[in-house]
Design a binder for this molecule. Structure first.
Ligand code: E4P
Length: 216
């Protein structure tokens, strides 16, 4: 299972990359706004840190605009994945871009049928937003399971990129279902290591080691 960092904060990306835990990055217009930086500059810097796919989202809603923005964003680096919204124009752009050898991440997926369309359009990644479904009292992880089944039924090679991941529990749930990727806020990725018994175990071992009077 791959881990992508869902952030435009370069410091956090660098930290996860140094830990060897990072397979890619996803950004969106809200995350770029939060970073306070110029979109293309931040994507270029991230692409210099991470070898894997770095999603950069178009903001036009029409096909021509999306293609124009994508052409610009693709020039930044080879590992840029163009992120398009799950609309008819977005799917058309996905088909055109993927046929031209470009990685495409189809975003804002909230149904299995939308995911089916994205796979047919040749998407490299489909981004089902589980947290936002939870927010409206639906079971976000059910969507991941439905898409997994559909993609397996037809051997689609579009990767399921579980998005809007908010908790460590989400990560476990989508891993059990078989999502190919989880994109998470850096704090969620780092929280996966935490267990009170690990901390307690270290404490006890070190206390006993001290009693031996030995050094290493
Ligand atoms: C995915 O690519 C999105 O950037 C992201 O996961 C959205 O998460 P949110 O619903 O927590 O904003």
């Amino acid at each position: 299972m791959k881990f992508f960092a869902d952030t435009a904060e370069v410091k956090d990306i660098r930290e996860l990359a140094d830990l060897g835990l990072l397979d890619g990055v996803t950004t969106n217009p809200s995350l770029v706004a939060k970073s306070g930086r110029q979109f293309k500059d931040v994507i270029a810097e991230i692409c210099g840190i991470v070898e894997g796919p770095v999603s950069a989202e178009v903001v036009s809603l029409d096909y021509e605009g999306m293609m124009r923005e994508a052409a610009d964003l693709r020039k930044i680096a080879k590992n840029v994945a163009i992120k398009v919204p799950l609309t008819l124009d977005g799917l058309r752009a996905c088909k055109a871009l993927s046929s031209d050898g470009c990685m495409v991440n189809v975003t804002l997926c909230f149904s299995a049928n939308q995911a089916l369309l994205a796979a047919k359009a040749g998407a490299s990644f489909i981004s089902p937003f589980i947290g936002r479904l939870d927010d409206i009292h639906l079971e976000g992880t059910d969507l991941i399971a439905e898409i997994r089944q559909i993609y397996d039924n037809y051997a689609f090679d579009t990767e399921i990129l579980a998005a809007s991941v908010r908790t460590a529990l989400h990560v476990k749930q989508v891993a059990l279902i078989g999502a190919d990727v989880a994109t998470c806020p850096p704090a969620v990725i780092k929280s996966l290591v935490k267990h009170p018994l690990t901390d307690r175990g270290i404490e006890l071992f070190l206390a006993d080691w001290k009693k031996t009077g030995q050094t290493l």
